[in-house]
Design a protein around this ligand. Structure first.
Ligand SMILES: Nc1nc2c(c(=O)[nH]1)N[C@H]1C(S)=C(S)[C@@H](COP(=O)(O)O)O[C@H]1N2
Ligand SMILES: [Mo]
Length: 230
């Protein structure tokens, strides 16, 4: 297929996804709650900048399952499959050739630390979804890490414009211990919803819990509702 035709198809798919999830997205708690729990000035989506029970840190703690996989870029692959029209397996070069987004956002860990104003660069989940074109029946994604971590996210959360597959942070390559070469970030949900060392995104037609969700963590993970455990 010609490049211009490919791009046209992706843009059309992106518009369609936006239209399909716009209302649902606006109704998510991190955008619609009229009594959100937290303190400080409003953040860019109107929520108190420090969610309830969180403490600001300047350090960046590391949380993992005891393994930090080291994936050389020439062996790195990202598989996107499941309930989609066009499954893909991206190489590093193909991933980096996709539209790149820079965004500064906050990071809220369920263990009560928050780190504000992190400068990220990467590919929007929205743009990856536009590339593979989820079926109309798709409702969630399940993300996999190279360490066999998994976590699930609803599409109305995953398609928000600040959800990135990030390869760069604060001007440098994402360090391995923080999930490099590529991790997902979910600034409007607790950070366990963002898989480090991401290897696969599976689109699902029904919700399926991931690693922590099976072990008592909340399915929805809304920081401004103190929604930590199920
Ligand atoms: N692949 C993978 N992703 C993961 C985890 C993990 O153990 N493995 N931990 C999660 C948790 S609980 C949090 S709080 C954040 C921590 O990211 P950080 O180590 O960069 O602070 O990553 C999330 N993503
Ligand atoms: Mo966490």
């Amino acid at each position: 297929m010609e490049e211009s035709e490919k791009l046209r198809r992706v843009v059309e798919a992106r518009m369609k996804l936006k239209a399909r999830f716009e209302d649902k997205m606006r109704q998510t708690p991190s955008m619609s709650d009229d009594k959100p729990m937290g303190s400080g000035r409003p953040n860019r989506h109107g929520m108190p900048v420090v969610p309830v029970g969180q403490v600001l840190t300047r350090k960046w703690p590391v949380l993992d399952l005891g393994i930090e996989p080291d994936i050389p870029l020439d062996e790195w692959r990202l598989k996107i499959d499941g309930a989609v029209e066009h499954p893909v397996e991206l190489t590093w070069d193909a991933f980096m050739a996709l539209p790149q987004t820079e965004d500064t956002s906050d990071f809220h860990c369920v263990t009560t630390w928050s780190r504000l104003d992190m400068a990220w660069k990467g590919v929007r989940l929205l743009d990856l979804a536009a590339l593979v074109q989820p079926l109309d029946t798709a409702t969630h994604i399940l993300c996999y890490g190279y360490d066999d971590y998994t976590t699930n996210v609803s599409l109305e959360e995953a398609l928000k414009p600040d959800v990135l597959l990030a390869h760069t942070v604060d001007g440098g390559p994402l360090p391995i211990e923080h999930g490099g070469p590529v991790r997902m970030i979910t600034p409007q949900l607790y950070a366990w919803k963002g898989a480090k060392w991401i290897s696969r995104i599976e689109f699902l037609t029904e919700n399926k819990p991931g690693f922590w969700e099976e072990r008592g963590y909340s399915d929805t993970a809304y920081p401004w509702r103190n929604d930590r455990y199920s």
